[in-house]
Design a protein around this ligand. Sequence first.
Ligand code: ZN
Length: 231
Amino acid sequence: LNSEPKIGMRALVVLSGGQDSTTCLYWALSRFNPRAVHALTFDYGQRHRIELDCAVKIAARAGVPHTTLKIDTFSQLGGNALTDQDVAVSSELDPKTELPNTFVPGRNLIFLTYAAAFAYNMGISELVTGVAQTDYSGYPDCRQETIDALAKAISLGMDTEFTIYTPLMELSKAETVQLAAKMGALEAMADTHTCYNGQRPPCGECPACILRAKGFQEAGIADPLIVATGG
Ligand code: ZN
């Protein structure tokens, strides 16, 4: 953790509708003033609209106010499997960039900058995101170094001392599942979406499904999504 959260403060959680950001939402509820946690979701033209519905359900279940912000520029940029209908998800790495084709360039930088602008208007300075640098796809905008630099940039650029909390940064997938259990987020996992192929019950074969299954298996916990959907 880059900094100890301040009990009683308000916080804004970037909620994608996935397992990690849902865990972060419950983490935030336990660390900040639970009546002053707000969730923010980005409609960035992701091909799997199911994520957006999941985020609405998760926020409602957690009892937090929720906003969806529409940013339709990523799909215009194209070239990645998450926003471009013509690109299929591949588990192979691009030989030039050594990144999977699910990498959306600039996504977390843009999300957190918008989150900061949104928070600024609400008088919130504490931001929470589920990015992690361990055990994942090697996305460079998930690194702590990137987040630290961005926190500095948005703080200077808005003349406000923003803190970006990354509770999952150093955790393996199994440890993230254990944290979800500890935070009381397991039931909400049934409403989360992870599958890169947009399927519910999940396909079980894409890189995201495989990583998720591995995490639950190593944590020794049944995935509530699989239990709920019979996948
Ligand atoms: Zn899948």
